[in-house]
Write a protein that binds this ligand. Sequence first.
Ligand code: GA4
Length: 324
Amino acid sequence: MVLASPTPLRNEKILTLDIPIIDLSAERSTVSKLIVKACEKFGFFKVINHGVSYETIVKMEAESLNFFAKPAIEKQAAGPPNPLGYGCKTIGFNGDMGEVEYLLLGTDPSSIDIKSKFISTDPKKFSSALSGYVEAVRDLACELLDLMAEGLWVQDRSYFSRMIRAVDSDSCFRLNHYPPVITKDSALTTRVGFGEHSDPQILTVLRSNAVDGLQISLDRDVWIPVSPDPAAFCVNVGDVLQAMTNGRFVSVRHRALSNTSKARMSMAFFGAPSLTAWVSCPPEMVTESSSSPSLYRAFTWAEYKAVAYSLRLGDSRLELFRNC
Ligand code: GA4
């Protein structure tokens, strides 16, 4: 598909191709093969006919719009992002900045209930929209992980999804709002909304409104814009899944730019293991011989998360876990 090229940032190239679109209503073995291919080549794909109801999505989107429309002081009542809470422009703890405001939330029922009281004047409505959405996208993430296991011939089909389904899974949810770029001379300037990074977790399921901005990078300084499609989910491999597939799937760097007169809004579910869970490959992904030796040492999610938060947004953290 050929797309309109947004203005590149200095010394960068923009490629005009789109990531694979996978129809989940197609035949299961075909779908699992397509997903594996997409995860190996792009680390990103879109899913359509995903089974998440339109109502579930629009309810959550409406709550998100309501939240970001509030005065700053009311949004700050959600607490600072350390790491969960409301943040504006600052990302993480090490000086990263972007043209974005966001709300980072836990996904377990008790944290949803507690936080909702500080987020909305109708906490019940907010927590019902959020729990409905989180449950639906978690189910979708688990289904996709089972399809990946099938496509990779991993016998234990729930090897990956079990980690996200765990009651103490450390999954989180993020609402992002990228305000429109308004300049005096009405010329559009490109700004970095959320800088280049890979996601630390297992799998990310993202939905955005119809405003573009998401780009992925398979090669340094070469960017591929991902066209927005509010009816689809954009799915990407996280660092932990790259480690659990022994490097077969790629956790690809991506970013969000703001360069339009319209606000971009996105909602991301980050499926993560529980803090104490060990991240290691299923036996099928590793061979004793030299063809696929274990690329990464085993680590716990708590250890990996601590390293991620100690580094800058764009740092390559998985490299630190490579076996010599
Ligand atoms: C990227 C993916 C998720 O949005 C996130 C981000 C987190 C944050 O914004 O607080 C991090 C970033 C993300 C990667 C490295 C660390 C942690 C900011 C940062 C500098 C919520 C996550 O889990 O990791």
